[in-house]
Design a binder for this molecule. Structure first.
Ligand code: NA7
Length: 536
């Protein structure tokens, strides 16, 4: 057998979304020999895979893009909330502008990575037999790299070609016009799909387990380029907003009950009318932290939503009279006409709490009530979020320790970017960082530039090895838990807490101190000679 040729690098970057693309550009500019690999056959990360009808980002223009003026000066979005195809086009534009292709390899699935302490390098292997040796192993696999489908009885009975996870939407677009279509799940994906498919299907059925407290998306079509003088300020201001957005996304400097009911109503109306995440992430500062405050927000939401649904039975399933969980403690989605679809005669809603799914059959889905027959089923049941993509890879650190083993009872990180025993390895948009509650590109740039700074620090001092210290890691974990426990998130079942995957440890997977505190921690670390890391 021929010995596979090794590619020798300073850094192997995995994942060609915002995180990986940022690192390829900036590490290469700084003189490092790097390669970017991805299992997909093009750039765009999560947007490469998520091409189901209606797929679009819910961060508003301009912040869901790189902050580099050379890019945004030239690139013009066609909508305030761009769709998946436009996001892929953007990545193509970036790849050309930044000349990325010559250092990118696609269709490479990284399956294994082993640390060798003697040479202080990672040996990284792909499923297809490629081998890379690199000083740094940089993971940008994103928070939604591992799909999740419940293992319902009979799931293999329904024709496989008509049963799809939306992040695997067939390249050859299925024509669902006049078909009987089901969507299971009411996360952002399920909601976006429902809005589209209910308009073409002859019969459309949505299976809901938990109502999504979705907020209205105010879509705008741009017919001419926007004025951009304020962009530099807007991009700089990202690190001062809780969710990594712009200045309008600051929590109000007062609590819910500091205002009179009439004032509060006006404030809520104002946030609501923005048509973005502001009702969630720029509202009264106690909303995500205090039950009574949270209830006020829920009641406002409920009133708004129920008014749009005709059937009182459906009102109760979609926006229950009694608050089902803390507002904003599951991922909020933005919707555009979602609640109105339930007034259409071709649309049904199945509450799987009242009538659970018993099994999947050759014809469709059997609940305790009846067998529903479908031509097409979209299983929008989400992802093994945040840790799934990392733990999918057989990563072996110091002394052969496996990451899956180390994190078996919970993720352990320093700054949400490194983990003790795994030297020269960094990950972005992962556990214990503001991941998934934060605008993606904001995080990608903050974390990417931190990684580059660590690498430069090592180069200047001719160091071979950087590793998160155990004490710093333990303290960071305590910080993550402290912020989580101040909030209402632990009271709610969600993938933020690991609840959606059977057997996954229950823990707050995200850093809830907000982007400003997180950014401050990164800055303090780098300015303090990387306290918490040990170097060799
Ligand atoms: P999500 O947000 O994880 O949504 C998955 C949905 O599937 C959610 O409504 C789940 O209900 C539902 N689900 C999961 N398992 C089941 C079973 N067994 N029965 C019925 N329903 C089930 O994934 P998305 O793809 O929508 O969104 C992912 C992220 O992409 C999103 O948050 C944005 O950041 C972009 P549950 O709520 O758990 O009761």
């Amino acid at each position: 057998a021929s010995v596979p040729k090794e590619t020798v690098l300073d850094a192997l970057i995995v994942g060609a979304g915002f995180g990986g693309v940022y690192q390829l550009k900036h590490l290469r500019d700084a003189g490092y020999k790097v390669k970017l690999v991805d299992f997909a056959s093009d750039y765009a990360g999560v947007w490469y895979w998520n091409r189901y009808p209606g797929a679009r980002v819910d961060s508003a223009v301009p912040l869901y893009q790189f902050s580099d003026p050379d890019l945004w000066n030239e690139w013009n979005w066609s909508q305030r909330f761009p769709g998946s195809q436009e996001l892929r086009d953007y990545f193509t534009f970036v790849a050309d502008k930044w000349d990325l292709r010559k250092d990118t390899e696609f269709k490479v699935y990284i399956s294994k990575a082993t640390w060798d302490d003697e040479t202080a390098t990672w040996t990284i292997e792909s499923g297809g037999g490629k081998i890379y040796r690199a000083k740094y192993f940089l993971l940008n696999t994103g928070f939604a790299a591992k799909r999740y489908t419940p293992d319902w009885k009979g799931i293999d009975k329904f024709p496989a070609s008509a049963w799809v996870h939306p992040s695997y939407w067939p390249k050859e677009e299925p024509d669902l016009t006049g078909k009987r279509v089901a969507v299971i799940g009411t996360g952002s994906t399920g909601i976006q799909l429902a809005q589209e498919l209910s308009q073409v299907a002859s019969q459309f059925v949505l299976f809901q387990r938990t109502p999504n407290m979705a907020l209205p998306m105010k879509q705008v079509n741009y017919t001419k380029p926007l004025t951009k003088e304020k962009y530099p300020k807007v991009f700089d201001g990202r690190y001062e907003s809780f969710g990594g957005f712009d200045f309008s996304f600051l929590f109000l400097p007062r609590g819910t009950f500091d205002d009179t009911p009439a004032e509060r109503e006006m404030v809520y109306e104002g946030l609501w009318s923005q048509g973005d995440f502001q009702f969630w992430l720029a509202t009264y500062s106690d909303t995500l932290f205090q039950e009574a405050a949270n209830k006020e927000a829920y009641n406002f939401w409920k009133k708004k939503v129920r008014a749009r649904i005709h059937d009182p039975r459906l009102q109760e399933i979609l926006a229950p009279e009694t608050q089902p969980y803390s507002f904003g403690c599951k991922r909020i989605s933005l919707e555009n006409g979602f609640y109105e679809i339930f007034n259409q005669p071709n649309v049904s809603l199945v509450d799987v709490n009242a009538t659970p799914i018993v099994e999947v059959t050759e014809r469709g889905i059997k609940t305790t009530e009846k067998e529903w027959e479908f031509d097409y089923v979209v299983c929008a049941t989400g992802f093994d979020a945040i840790t799934g993509g990392l733990m999918n890879i057989n990563i072996q650190g110091q002394g052969g320790q496996k990451i899956a083993e180390k994190w078996k009872s919970g993720a352990k990180t320093y700054l949400g970017m490194a983990t003790a025993g795994f030297p020269n390895m960094f990950f972005t948009y992962g556990p214990q960082a503001p991941t998934a509650l934060c605008n993606g590109p904001t995080c990608a740039e903050a974390q990417g530039s931190f990684i580059l700074k660590v690498m430069d620090h090592m180069k200047e001092r001719k160091l071979q090895k950087v590793e998160a210290g155990n004490t710093a890691e333990a303290a960071w974990g305590d910080d993550v838990r402290k912020f989580a426990n101040m909030s209402l998130l632990p009271s709610t079942k969600s993938w933020y807490m690991g609840d959606n995957i059977p057997g996954k440890p229950r823990e707050c997977l995200i850093y809830l101190g907000g982007v400003p505190n997180y950014y401050k921690s990164l800055k303090e670390c780098s300015e303090g000679d990387y306290t918490g890391f040990t170097f060799t």
